[in-house]
Design a protein around this ligand. Structure first.
Ligand SMILES: [Cu+2]
Length: 265
């Protein structure tokens, strides 16, 4: 019942993701990477490399040279005043050698080292002793690469909220959630708050006294909730995030967990 209420609160915002990219200048008869200052470029998988022309005629050609049978199999692009830029996005981890067909004898060449993409923390919190973990029909998990999960109707979603080392046990706390159309995640008011000020609902209220004089507190063992995913909710996601409110934390006001996005398939 409560989950239906969560899903009723929908927020439609777009959060564009920005990927850093590399640029390489054709300087005379040398390729110069803007970051390294040499002909060596390092990126992570998913990032692009853009070459920028100088006044001379060049090519950007993968391979070790004109006699390489594989030369030009990945890219073989002109780079000159009429073709001022060329962009390539590698599709796998590894090293790509490239050269200029016109200036091979001048050693006009370079390398692209493509590293694995780092695990993504999609919804970072304040990195304190406060953890939200979620599980689908099994153990709950948290940490990098665990912020987004998929569920289907009738799955059991478990949401666990705790201060593993106990530093924030006993604090006033909140567990919040916000529903949205998958792909249109809400935009929070601060980098560590991912629910929007207008769209969140309170899942567990660890602030407001139920009995006057008795302040609720985060239990030492944390809080654990189980939901059965209702049918008919495909295409909707719910963002969960937990907070503790004590002056001893880094910002003096609150600690926040990573948020977890649960996408209903
Ligand atoms: Cu050249």
């Amino acid at each position: 019942m409560r989950l239906f209420l969560l899903f009723a609160a929908l927020a439609v915002f777009l959060s564009p993701s920005v990927c850093a990219q590399a640029t390489v200048n054709a300087a005379g008869v040398t390729f110069v990477d803007s970051a390294s200052g040499t002909n060596a470029t390092t990126i992570t998988l998913g990032q692009s490399v853009t070459w920028i022309a100088g006044p001379l005629l060049h090519t950007v050609t993968n391979g070790t040279g004109n006699t390489d049978p594989n030369a030009g199999t990945l890219f073989d692009a002109p780079l000159d005043p009429n073709n001022p830029t060329f962009t390539y996005i590698p599709t796998q981890v590894g090293t790509i050698l490239y050269f200029c067909r016109f200036h091979e004898l001048f050693s006009m060449d370079g390398t692209i080292s493509v590293l694995p993409a780092a695990p993504v923390v999609d919804y970072p919190g304040t990195n304190e002793d406060l953890v939200l973990a979620t599980g689908v029909n099994g153990p709950a998990s948290s940490g990098p690469a665990n912020d987004i999960k998929q569920v289907s109707a009738n799955d059991t979603l478990s949401v666990q909220f705790s201060s593993p080392a106990g530093a924030l046990a006993g604090s006033p706390f909140l567990i919040l959630a916000e529903g949205f159309m998958t792909g249109s995640a809400p935009v929070g008011p601060l980098p560590s708050i991912h629910v929007s000020l207008t769209g969140f609902v309170i899942v567990v209220d660890g602030i407001s006294p139920v009995v006057p004089g008795f302040q609720p507190q985060l239990p030492t063992g944390g809080v654990s909730l189980d939901f059965i995913v209702p049918p008919g909710m495909s295409g909707i996601s719910v963002l969960f995030q937990g907070f503790a409110f004590v002056p001893s934390v880094a910002n003096g006001f609150f600690a926040a967990t990573d948020a977890h996005e649960i996408q209903i398939q």
